[in-house]
Write a protein of this length. Structure first.
Length: 149
């Protein structure tokens, strides 16, 4: 999974696997995206050692314009997810995750969790999706799940 700030123009879709899916699989995808905007990525279960060597950790916490954002690929089972994310990331305002490919925007246990879904592997979902986060003045102004297929 990767987070990309909007660079003022839309980056073209990656020609390989889309990182919003959770598994970038090879570091060259991250290199390609880095040509357009800064990239923050975490390791997924299908990523090779080159993705770790690129610098993608298993978990990541960062400050995006004053919003405390955490990222993890696999958030575990659905039951108890918000409480678990609060335990894993006690300071986070928002936790972005992937793995299930199921789009989700949910708040509970004092944390908001967001899964953008997948544009390439929709599983049992009606559409492939991506996510867009609008961060303004240190807060999440809007989180959108956008159908792309």
């Amino acid at each position: 999974m990767a987070l990309l700030p909007a660079p003022g123009r839309r980056a073209p879709a990656p020609r390989r696997r889309d990182p919003a899916r959770g598994d970038v699989c090879t570091a060259d995808v991250l290199d390609e995206l880095s040509a357009y905007a800064p990239v923050h990525a975490v390791l997924g279960n299908n990523d090779g050692p080159d993705v770790a060597a690129w610098g993608a950790p298993e978990r990541l916490e960062l400050d995006l314009g004053g919003l405390r954002v955490a990222m993890v690929h696999d958030s575990g089972q659905a039951k108890g997810r918000t409480a678990r994310m609060r335990r894993w990331f006690p300071d986070a305002d928002l936790v972005v995750f992937g793995h299930s490919h199921i789009p989700m925007d949910q708040t509970g246990d004092g944390v908001r969790i967001f899964n953008p879904g997948s544009p390439t592997d929709r599983r049992r979902q009606p559409h492939g999706t991506i996510g867009e986060l609008d961060i303004r003045d240190g807060r999440l102004a809007e989180a959108r799940i956008i159908p792309v297929t």
